[in-house]
Design a protein around this ligand. Sequence first.
Ligand code: HAM
Length: 427
Amino acid sequence: MNIRIPRGTQDILPGHSEEWQYVERIWHDICRRYNYAEIRTPIFEQTELFQRGVGDTTDIVQKEMYTFEDRGGRSLTLRPEGTASVVRSYVENKRFGLPDQPDKLYYTGPMFRYERPQSGRMRQFVQFGVEAVGSADPAVDAEVLSLAMEFYREAGLKGLKLVLNSLGDQESRNAHRNALISHFKPRIDEFCSDCQSRLEKNPLRILDCKEDKDHPLMQNAPSILDYLNEYSTKYFETVKEMLSKMDIPYEVDPNLVRGLDYYNHTAFEIMIEGEGFGAISTLMGGGRYNGLVEELGGPESPGIGFALSVERLLMALEAQNVEVPMQAGLDCYLVTQGEEPDKDAAALLTELRRAGITADKDYMNRKMKGQFKAADRQQALFTAVLGEEEWNAGIINLKNMQSGGQEEVAIKELPARLSKQLKEEKK
Ligand code: HAM
């Protein structure tokens, strides 16, 4: 039997998991500094959450969800994104009643979409995201964008492009919607069947169609920016002004519509320029979703957030040759020989580890020479040799692998002595 990993998924092996830990550390740290608190929601939810939240005319809901019936006959779906779950939880846990609004939340975790796998497009991928729910202040829009840009900067990435649009409020969107229907209706039979069925239900989705993106009507489709009412225009202007004050460059792209239905006002994506990304250069996407909390049964609570994929971030770091700190070698490799010393070694290792020392030993019955080789492979700073002779004398031979310096230490003294030596060594 030859069982392989499912298509569109990956094993993150030692040598690469360090890269994940590196970006995770920066992510947790930066969210802390921006005062976002971590939320963890289930990996599966009721299917209806995404139908209602993400929208049932979207590609995600129509084509990409991993939906299954559980043994109790309920329809469940592996989450394709995090926003709907966070908002569900905000409503369910009545977080709108907390004194500190907006409720500033962040998350990390796997998402699942049945897409055609290619480089940078997976069926299971990990998102880092934030959601700030409960405020309609444009300063929150600016804050989440600042958080994203700072995160990428701290991770070491360059050449980022922030693309912005405003989708306006409901009134602006209705006006734009009518203009889109009038624009596409006369020639809708030249479009794919998805676009045809979306014309009346959600004509904005047509602008996001991958199949018909080169149709001439796409080039001169009515732009949302021409339909923004006064409030929406002013809102967008304020966000842009704040970005300028923060020295965050951006481009406005009136065709940026995003693939999920809950957006209004500010919508954005961060792209990466340069080689090695092929068609996929979007690292992150997000926007404002006033109305989603009400849609999911809560009181009026405007929200905004974004999500980025870790896989694409790591591809970008690699393409730009950003050095990621790798796991350091061992502090100490314990070399043992003989039955009695070996029995004591387990307890000694525990003592070392308890003292904060990274330590290991041989479990393959290797001869001493083999154990020294292993110590080299593991880049051990020190070896501690406990053979029959040493054991009988109650001592251990401690060797600094870089300087070659050796000393004899009483077995009991080893953790304290080694801690001291390591402190010197790592100065
Ligand atoms: P999204 O644009 O669907 O938005 O996904 C956000 C990011 O997730 C994308 O920019 C991309 O980096 C990554 N991504 C999406 N699909 C894949 C895939 N198949 N493989 C690898 N990476 C992928 C959302 O998910 C929204 N929930 C973002 C948001 C949060 N809006 C407001 N708050």
